[in-house]
Design a protein around this ligand. Structure first.
Ligand SMILES: C[S@@+](CC[C@H](N)C(=O)[O-])C[C@H]1O[C@@H](n2cnc3c(N)ncnc32)[C@H](O)[C@@H]1O
Length: 287
């Protein structure tokens, strides 16, 4: 049987603003499976999003980790780009996704070069129904959803190498008759405790319900909005601050009495954040 011809380098646009939109859920071709994840998997991530992230924040052979992998879109994009990849899920859908809870990953500390995560957005999609599934937790009821997501974020921070990036893709939760649940802002606030913000992107949503005219009619008549975008929070893990011994005397620069230190500072100075030491060709290694 003739082998299917695959395009090794699909024509995927590299986004240059913080508003990302794509012609379809997945790009065509690719050197690996020839497709990315499963577009019929409810809640699958558009592969263009992951492609753009890996192009900018990773290099060939680097290890990409997805702790909530679903249909494995991250694995396929990573392989198309010749990155190594590890994927986990509480209910694996394929053999190369390992069964694990994203709050306790079977991975050593500081191993990942990049982490991508697209978690459940409260109870919007029914996944496996397993008790460990965070999609069973209603973000409007108590603190369980946010406590679980805080553990996921802490675990991502643990497995990620310093001076590397992670990205979290999420939408807010709107429910008729209830105030908006700003999941994005709340998760961003948790991320900011551990990481520096590289950027915030709005990704245009193209899910099936948004294609239905009756949904738009209902939104106009009922005076509410449909969720038109997902947040993509791109965060950077700085290198750990050097421990300063009390006796060494190499502490913070001494302030002049009654005045400020003359040393120029910015919130990112000395953190090793990429914006303080750009660029040296590190931003993109387009193949
Ligand atoms: C939005 S989907 C991910 C979609 C995926 N990026 C893709 O492209 O197919 C969220 C996934 O999180 C998984 N999940 C929920 N709770 C989890 C947990 N505690 N640990 C690991 N995975 C979990 C669900 O099973 C589901 O597959």
């Amino acid at each position: 049987m003739a082998r299917e011809k695959r395009t090794a380098t699909p024509n995927v646009p590299l986004m240059t603003t913080t508003l990302w939109d794509f012609p379809s859920q997945n790009y065509r071709g690719g050197a690996g499976r020839g497709r990315q994840g499963d577009s019929d998997y409810a809640g699958a991530t558009p592969s263009y999003v992951i492609w753009n992230l890996l192009q900018r924040y990773t290099r060939e052979k680097w290890l990409v980790v997805d702790p909530m992998a679903g249909s494995g879109t991250t694995l396929d994009v990573a392989r198309d780009l010749n990155r190594r990849a590890l994927a986990y899920d509480v209910e694996p859908t394929r053999e190369d996704v390992f069964r694990a809870d994203a709050r306790t990953l079977p991975l050593e500390t500081g191993k990942a070069d990049f982490v991508f995560v697209d978690p459940p957005y409260s109870t919007h999609v029914k996944y496996s129904g397993r008790p460990e599934c965070i999609g069973e937790l209603d973000a409007r009821r108590g603190h369980a959803y946010y406590e679980a997501m805080e553990k996921v974020i802490l675990e991502i921070h643990r497995v990620l190498k310093p001076e590397r990036h992670m990205a979290l893709y999420v939408s807010d939760s709107a429910k008729k008759g209830s105030p908006l649940e700003p999941i994005g802002f709340k998760l961003f606030s948790m991320l900011s405790q551990l990481f520096l913000c590289e950027d915030i992107v709005a990704v245009v949503r193209h899910n099936k319900s948004l294609a239905r005219q009756n949904w738009h009619d209902a939104a106009a008549q009922g005076n509410f909005f449909l969720r038109g975008f997902n947040y993509l929070f791109i965060m950077y893990k700085p290198k750990p601050a050097k421990k300063v011994s009390a006796r060494s005397g190499h502490g913070a620069p001494k302030k002049k009495r009654g005045g400020r230190s003359k040393k120029k500072t910015s919130s990112r100075a000395g953190t090793g954040h990429p914006s303080t030491r750009r660029p040296k060709g590190r931003r993109s290694d387009r193949d």
